[in-house]
Design a protein around this ligand. Structure first.
Ligand code: ASC
Length: 151
């Protein structure tokens, strides 16, 4: 019985130690997951960016909700860049994601930090701060895409 409990505990510990990338049954699923997250993030960020640029009228409630969703989603794609997910479905990912992992992680963290500022500015109803934050988020998207995404 003691052995069984120890075994159960060991399995539970191992389950928690499994990297997040292991949640995907196949590379194709991981690629689809991160592409879906990027799409959802862009749609929500784009709505806020349109208000910041004046293309659509500033609606603080819509901006707050959209920025909060974009901020949340900005935490999600990274677990789906496990080893072996460089192919298996149409992807523009560059091998540098894995060969320059520290730089990639740094960009991922920067995006989340800038998204936090975007969300705070929207919540405060501060259009000037929102414009600055949209520029910073957009710049982070571009820097990362230039380094880690083909074309
Ligand atoms: C977007 C989007 C990106 C970034 C980037 C900003 O809305 O889809 O990849 O902003 O274009 O430079």
């Amino acid at each position: 019985m003691k052995t069984l409990s120890a075994l159960v505990l060991a399995c539970a510990a191992a389950a928690f130690a499994v990297p997040a990338s292991a949640q995907f049954a196949k590379p194709e699923d991981a690629i689809k997951y991160r592409q879906s997250a990027m799409f959802m993030m862009q749609q929500n960020f784009g709505r806020v960016a349109a208000m910041a640029s004046g293309r659509v009228p500033f609606d603080p409630k819509v901006a707050t909700d959209s920025a909060a969703v974009a901020e949340y989603i900005s935490r999600l794609p990274w677990a789906a860049y496990g080893e072996g997910t460089d192919k298996g479905r149409d992807t523009r990912v560059k091998p540098e994601v894995w060969s320059e992992k520290a730089k990639f992680n740094e960009q991922a963290e920067k995006l989340q930090a800038e998204m936090g500022k975007l969300s705070a500015a929207a919540k405060a109803g501060n259009l000037d701060a929102l414009k600055v934050a949209v520029g910073a988020v957009g710049g982070t998207c571009k820097t990362c895409h230039d380094a880690f995404r083909k074309d």
